[in-house]
Write a protein that binds this ligand. Structure first.
Ligand code: ZN
Length: 425
């Protein structure tokens, strides 16, 4: 068996901390790719080389060698750059009792709301400002402990002992960020990005937990950070692509990291958009691919949809299928759902098993309890958009969609080895 390498999880800590929003995440990954000789590929650039394209919070990257041709199949690893969180409303200023200055927030995706309480929260995202030649996008990040959502004291919550914590997203989630008089949110933002207040045109801004990513537990067994779902898969996909770039196999290795999975993937940059299909068509047109070649390539191609899997929670073992227990540090997880919430079928599952065996990596299988419905991934949308076989797999984790999630420290290294195996085939 391939020895566990916690060094890979450890190497990811700074990447998580540098990526509080999808826009920051693609910037982090662009830097990883550029350090390995990848370049931005505007339409019409030559087919051979190491390339990436970024659109908003989504990134596609690939390697074409001189041996690749019009009918070369694709080996694709897909993942998503977004995570559930709290996003700032367009006119967020609120003043509460006691002089509390607050911000209005929307809930993005399936958030475990309680996990955002009593944390030091920063603010990050993108701002569109009026530039001399039209609208300009700026990345924005305020790393101070700017926002906080205080929980109601136990003495004032008569219900909590009997019914547990009950949070109403409209009434109970507005962060406090000051007291008394102060600048409006627009004035604050203008100062942050260095423009006049009326030059702020729009923004996509979100709160994030300031606690740094860390290896935790007695033997550094755990990787603990925000956004494990699904930046863990994104970073491993980039590392795997870089690792195979020097010697790609007969297939064209490619990664596609999409925004908006947590809200259903239907957007201009989500997995249900034409973004990836257009990029594949562009690269194939550079290789002189005919319609028949494209059909040949598609039939021999494979997508690995990489996303978090549920490890069996020790305090809630009854929520898991008894014959499919999943352990942290037990290896990557093959995810199966008969109703195609995961896109795996027997044929694509077999390809994953073969890749794990070839990489000498242990793996586990996940299926939900029959009386619970599982989440989904970019897998089904990608399968529907491309018509290519898809297998869903990923690292096991606890507390999916918490503001701070927990994975095993050994699984990332093993999963990267499998991704390299898939991309290189
Ligand atoms: Zn996910």
């Amino acid at each position: 068996m391939l020895p566990a390498d916690p060094g890979i999880a450890s190497a990811l800590l700074d990447l998580f901390d540098a990526s509080p929003s999808p826009y920051h995440a693609v910037t982090t990954m662009r830097q990883m790719l550029e350090a390995a000789g990848f370049a931005d590929a505007p339409p019409g650039s030559g087919p051979v080389g190491r390339w990436y394209r970024i659109d908003g919070g989504s990134l596609v990257a690939w390697v074409v060698s001189a041996e690749h041709h019009g009918a070369s199949p694709l080996r694709l690893v897909g993942a998503h750059t977004d995570s559930p969180n709290l996003r700032i409303k367009p006119q967020p200023d609120r003043s509460g009792p006691g002089g509390a200055r607050q911000l209005g927030v929307e809930v993005y995706g399936g958030v475990l709301l309680n996990s955002w309480l009593d944390r030091d929260l920063g603010l990050a995202g993108r701002v569109v400002v009026e530039g001399s030649d039209g609208p300009e996008e700026r990345l924005m990040r305020d790393q101070r402990a700017l926002l906080r959502i205080p929980q109601l004291a136990i003495h004032l919550d008569g219900d909590i002992r009997q019914h547990g914590l009950n949070l109403n997203p409209q009434r109970h989630l507005s962060p406090v960020w000051g007291l008394g008089e102060g600048p409006s949110f627009a004035e604050y933002l203008a100062q942050q990005v260095g423009v006049a207040t009326d030059a702020i045109l729009a923004f996509d801004l979100m709160a994030y937990d300031l606690t740094p990513a860390a290896l935790t537990g007695l033997g550094d067994d755990f990787l603990c950070t925000a956004r494990i779902d699904n930046l863990l898969s994104c970073f491993l996909a980039v590392r795997a692509l870089v690792a195979v770039a020097d010697a790609p196999g007969a297939a064209i290795p490619m990664i596609s990291l999409f925004d908006h999975e947590e809200v259903g993937s239907v957007s201009t940059t989500g997995a249900a958009s034409p973004l990836l299909r257009h990029q594949i068509e562009l690269l194939q047109s550079g290789l002189g691919t005919t319609v028949a070649d494209a059909a040949t390539a598609r039939a021999a191609s494979l997508v690995l949809s990489a996303d978090g899997a549920h490890a069996t929670h020790p305090n809630y073992a009854d929520r898991h299928e008894p014959e499919h227990q999943v352990s942290l540090n037990g290896g990557p997880v093959l995810k199966i759902n008969a109703n195609q919430r995961y896109a795996t079928d027997a044929r694509s599952a077999a390809a994953f098993v073969a890749a794990c065996r070839a990489a000498d990596v242990p793996f586990q299988r996940f299926v939900n309890r029959t009386d619970l419905s599982c989440g989904s991934t970019i897998g089904p949308a990608t399968a529907g958009e491309l018509g290519i076989a898809v297998v869903d797999a990923g690292c096991p984790q606890y507390a999916m969609h918490s503001a701070r999630e927990t994975a095993g420290a050994h699984d990332p290294g093993w999963f990267q080895a499998v991704l390299e195996q898939v991309l290189r085939t």
